[in-house]
Structure formats: structure tokens, C-alpha cells
Design a protein around this ligand. Structure first.
Ligand code: Z5A
Length: 236
């Protein structure tokens, strides 16, 4: 993992690696697919880094803890959007930008579309407000590709419940888990709306299929999008 200076980080236009983000509701399988994609990329010799939002750097992880344990809820949706953006700014400048610059592929579990979907379209925060925060936090580092995993939240919840049962204790206390099914169905529609408005960047995959089959579909999509970087891998 590389860390960068301010000068290094401002040069989004000199980046050599690819920036891929995974988005979708809770429990749709983002973390699972991020891990499977990293494995495939490493097998073909692409240097990768796996990261997540909110988080990815020590400062951003501190903000993650504050938000996901529910401490920010009383501040309201606008303030939460600012907190996500503050975490993102640090994540972009200290981890994403320097790694892209040195040719590493950065694979990120959630990014700015989560703010658009959760705080913006579903949480009611004004679009212009979200847009202004996004411009500041991204510092011209738009993902090259976003994989949106789409699934009925009812099925995703069943997966999460199964995971919690398997682990015995709940892994984490999550600020957004307590929202009701209708809220999550609305969130799903909003993610799809964002995808519809960004067809060149966002690819939508149905997440309601077996893990390896989904991983293969995603991999095929990535090979199509970046044929030069992923040449010579037809046996995978
Ligand atoms: N948030 C926000 O509001 N604004 C923002 O800007 C950002 C985030 C960046 C972060 O939580 C919360 O922050 C999130 C949005 C908000 N709140 N919610 N909800 P997080 O990152 O900790 O949680 P998450 O993103 O929702 O992750 P998750 O619950 O771990 O879900 P996942 O990564 O999508 O799923 P998974 O862990 O890969 O899989 C879930 C289970 O299903 C697991 O047991 C797997 O083994 C199983 N699984 C996975 N794939 C399959 C398939 N294909 N079949 C069957 N079972 C499967």
C-alpha cells in the first residue's frame, strides 16, 4: 500500500491503475465479489489493493466507527453526508490516488454512489449539496467502472441473518440496518436510477445467483471493458 504527498495526489490525470468500485444494498455480496475479483486480477499479474468505504485509512476508519455505531444519527442526514465526504477526501488523497498513480488497481467496496443513494436520493439530502461534496471529496478521481449488485433486499437480509447466525454474535452494529424493508426497497430503486443515469460507468449485475457464477459474469465484463490490461487470461 502506497501513501502519497499532496503533489502526487493532485495528479488524477497521470494515473496508471484502474479504479473499480462495488455498490449496492446491504448483504448483496459486495465484499465477497471484491475478494473474488482481487484473486482473479492477482492471478493474471495485476497489482491490486482492496479497500472500503467508509474507511480505508486510519482517519477514515475512525469516521466509519463514529457513523456506523449510530453516533452521527442525531446530527441529521446533511451532517452525515459531510462526514462520509470527509472520510472519502482522506481516503482518496492518502490511499486511492497514490496507488492509482503507481499503477495499482484499486478495488473499493462502496464509494460515492453510496452517498448519492443513501444520503441523497433515499435520505432526502439535496442533490446540489451532494454534488458539491462529491466534487471536493473525489478530487477528479471518478471510478473507471462501478459494479452495481442488484437484488431484492428481502433475500439480502436473509443472507445477512444467516451470516450473523453462523458467527454467533452480530459482527457489527450498523446505523442503516435498522431501516425497514420499504426503505431498502426504495434504496434499491435509487441505486438503479443512478445506474440508468451513468450507463458508461456503471454495470448492473443481478446478485441473486451463485457466488462463482456471478464472479465469472463480473470478470467477463471487466475483460470486455479493459481488454488490454486483462489479455492472456482465457483459461480463467
Ligand atoms: N454508507 C452510506 O450511507 N453512505 C456512504 O457514502 C457510504 C456508506 C460509503 C456501510 O456498511 C454502511 O454505510 C452501509 C451504507 C452506509 N449501510 N448499510 N446497510 P458496511 O460496509 O459495513 O456494510 P455493507 O456494505 O452493507 O456490507 P455487508 O453487510 O457486509 O454486505 P455485502 O458486502 O454486500 O455482502 P457480503 O458480506 O459479501 O455477503 C453477505 C453474506 O452473504 C455473507 O455471509 C456471504 O457469505 C453471503 N453471500 C455472498 N454472496 C452470496 C451469494 N452469491 N449467494 C449466497 N450467499 C452469498
Amino acid at each position: 500500500m502506497l501513501k502519497g504527498t499532496k503533489e502526487q495526489n493532485s495528479a488524477a490525470d497521470t494515473k496508471k491503475g484502474r479504479f473499480i468500485t462495488f455498490e449496492g444494498g446491504e448483504g448483496v455480496g459486495k465484499s465477497t465479489q471484491v475478494k473474488l475479483l482481487i484473486k482473479r486480477l492477482q492471478q493474471v499479474g495485476v497489482s491490486t489493493i482492496r479497500t472500503r468505504e467508509p474507511g480505508g485509512t486510519p482517519k477514515a476508519e475512525a469516521i466509519r466507527k463514529f457513523i456506523l455505531t449510530g453516533k452521527s444519527e442525531q446530527w441529521g442526514a446533511e451532517a452525515e453526508a459531510i462526514l462520509f465526504a470527509a472520510a472519502r477526501l482522506n481516503h482518496v488523497n492518502e490511499l486511492i490516488a497514490p496507488n492509482l498513480k503507481y499503477g495499482c488497481w484499486v478495488i473499493c467496496d462502496r464509494f460515492h454512489d453510496s452517498t448519492r443513494a443513501y444520503q441523497g436520493l433515499t435520505g432526502g439530502v439535496d442533490e446540489l449539496f451532494i454534488g458539491a461534496l462529491e466534487k471536493l471529496a473525489l478530487n477528479n478521481h471518478q471510478p473507471d467502472l462501478t459494479i452495481l449488485l442488484d437484488m431484492d433486499p428481502k433475500i439480502a437480509f436473509e443472507r445477512v441473518a444467516k451470516r450473523e447466525k453462523e458467527f454467533g454474535l452480530k459482527e457489527k452494529s450498523d446505523r442503516f440496518e435498522k431501516e425497514n424493508l420499504l426503505w431498502h426497497q426504495n434504496l434499491r430503486k435509487n441505486f438503479l436510477k443512478i445506474a440508468k443515469n451513468n450507463p458508461h460507468r456503471i454495470s448492473v449485475f443481478s446478485a441473486d445467483m451463485e457466488q462463482e457464477k456471478l464472479a465469472k459474469a463480473i470478470w467477463d465484463g471487466i475483460r470486455q471493458k479493459f481488454p488490454h490490461e486483462t489479455l492472456g487470461i482465457s483459461t480463467l
